[in-house]
Design a protein around this ligand. Structure first.
Ligand code: SF4
Length: 327
């Protein structure tokens, strides 16, 4: 208004997500996406993959997460039938063979999650699936994991975040009990669901010993992939407000520089540079360990991406990790 940007407050949310049409994929160059094949997390078993969202929001309140700001700390769901209809449409009309669920929390409503996975089996929809955006571990159990596997799940990202219960409960405020993690990972390995988790270090109040607990847990779990990210004070999050209030934001802090491998927080316990170096080093050490332990598995997983996009792959390792780890 008058040349100024005005953000109106959000007054209502769409409750009936089944009332929304399926995305107008006919307007998109779907075949080009498959040719380029750059899925979230760089991993897909089939080039004929696409994304799908079955719910909006999450009921947890992790301090770093923008989901609650975006969706209003509510959890709204599409019905299992509506989700299955869209998947059938994708298979039939676009030849899709792999779905990437991009929900914030696909299994938060366990009964609906069961209906989707059982529905894939009952309707004989023969697809593979992944959940690269993460699945809340506290919603899982062995029965659900087995059903996930039978319905085509070959991998999902776990949001363990920290290997230190104090950091999880008191700082991040994630409702995850670490005691649950090891048995679940064991079941995933038995079922041959690939194990991958994101971890985050560098929260205000976190000590270097607690960061070490995170690296140690990742090693102990022997995951097939571990990402070590750095806490990013995204606008509107509680993390941002804490850092701003305590004067922890780096001098010249700029939202446009926020990226999960950039460190922008200085606290009495650590400097931004120390955290950046630590995250990059641990990532390289972890992945070198994976390569040495299981070179065939490593190549099966990354070989295709490296061979298809060698410059991109080398550039990413050098710029995002090696330079930070050394300097
Ligand atoms: S559980 Fe995941 S989606 Fe929910 S608030 Fe925490 S980080 Fe965000």
């Amino acid at each position: 208004m008058n040349g100024n940007i005005r953000v109106n407050p959000k007054t209502e949310y769409i409750e009936n997500l089944d009332g929304l049409p399926f995305p107008a994929r006919e307007l998109l160059p779907m075949d080009k996406y498959q040719q380029i094949n750059m899925p979230h997390g760089s991993i897909a078993k089939s080039t004929k993959n696409t994304t799908l969202i079955t719910s909006r929001g999450c009921r947890a309140r992790c301090i770093f997460c923008s989901s609650t700001k975006f969706w209003g700390n509510r959890y709204r769901l599409r019905s299992a039938g509506n989700v299955l209809d869209e998947i059938e449409h994708l298979v039939k009309d676009y030849g899709i063979k792999e779905i990437h669920f991009e929900d914030d929390n696909l299994t938060l409503d366990k009964e609906r999650a069961r209906q989707i996975f059982q529905g894939l089996i009952d309707r004989r929809i023969n697809i593979l699936w992944n959940a690269p955006n993460g699945i809340a571990l506290w919603t899982l159990d062995d029965d659900l994991l087995e059903l996930m596997k039978r319905s085509g799940c070959y991998e999902f990202t776990m949001g363990i975040e920290s290997g230190d219960q104090q950091v999880l409960s008191k700082i991040i405020k994630k409702p995850l009990n670490l005691k649950k993690v090891e048995p679940l990972v064991k079941t995933m390995k038995r079922l041959k669901i690939r194990t991958r988790s994101v971890f985050i270090i560098g929260f205000p109040g976190e000590t270097k010993v607690q960061m070490r607990n995170t690296f140690n847990l990742a090693k102990k779990l022997r995951l097939q992939l571990a990402d070590f990210f750095i806490a990013s004070p995204l606008p509107g999050t509680e993390l941002y407000e804490i850092c701003k209030g305590k004067g922890y934001l780096k001098k010249g802090f700029d939202f446009t520089e926020l990226e999960f491998l950039n460190s922008t927080i200085n606290t009495p316990e650590f400097s931004a540079e120390e955290v950046a170096r630590l995250a990059a080093r641990e990532y390289l050490i972890y992945n070198l360990g994976l390569m040495l332990r299981n070179p065939i598995g490593f190549f099966m997983r990354y070989g295709k991406t490296i061979l298809q996009k060698p410059i991109f792959s080398i550039g990413m390792v050098v710029n995002k990790y090696l330079k930070k780890a050394i300097f």
